[in-house]
Write a protein that binds this ligand. Sequence first.
Ligand code: NAP
Length: 276
Amino acid sequence: MNDTLKKAAVIGWPISHSKSPLIHGHWIKEFGINGHFERIALNPEEFVSGIRNLVAQGYQGCNITIPHKEAALDMADSISDRAKAIGAANTLVFKDGKIHADNTDGIGFINNLKQGAPSWQASGGTALVLGAGGAARAIIYALLQEGAPKIIIANRTVGKAHKLAAFFGDKVSATSMDGAANNLSETHTLVNTTALGMIGQPELAIDLSNLPKTALVTDIVYNPLQTALLKQADDLGLETVDGLGMLLHQAVPGFEAWFGVRPTVDKALRQIVLAG
Ligand code: NAP
């Protein structure tokens, strides 16, 4: 029987906060896989040689987090279309000594909404995306792929929102954070991708009362799980989805590629990650 130990890891700098070992460790146990998943800290100087070492040691691949997502893309031998469009990689798969780069943040975002709000469809109307950083880029790409007819990006640094809108083309436009308020009445999907609302950060100051009653509100900040934005939306009777599921769903494609089984995101996994 060929049951050699399969190894994967999450790489970042720093990395001690990463929840990825809890997620992959849970699935390894669930499926009874002879597998191991660990955190590895690599600083920017040692990143490329560190990844080459993992390839040489027979690792299946790794997740990549801050600050290496662009460097991971640059060193890959092949790149998925979505990672190319997003301009960053969060998942590397090693095969025959080669590195394949993927980005699963966007699909993780979409699959979280599909699970948390089964009747929601990106094609149902305009998406208002607050923030224009790395996560916003992945989410905008995924929303467009899912058929969003129009996306408005609102960001503190408006120039960054304009640059991102120009990158994605005609369906995407930009405004300031204050300008976001003027677009609420036409919004079908409201997404916070800024760091605002996270523990230790200022609150996101936006009055949601002009959103249509059919709008969905989601926040990719998951610490706290119910951000003030989601609480306000709940109080208004709007459908909401929290951000923890995005983290869990983005891990699915990597696990499947490394360990050969497609895992599911369920309540037990949520509880483990929340408690960890
Ligand atoms: P990033 O590239 O650094 O972008 C940060 C964004 O937040 C920018 O749009 C920035 O605006 C905005 N921002 C930060 N502080 C602000 C403030 N005080 N006032 C107004 N806007 C502010 O970060 P990222 O990778 O996109 O991540 C953003 C957030 O998403 C983080 O909280 C991260 O933990 C979370 N996240 C969650 C998941 C998940 O799986 N749930 C995945 C990825 C990220 P400027 O452009 O004006 O600086």
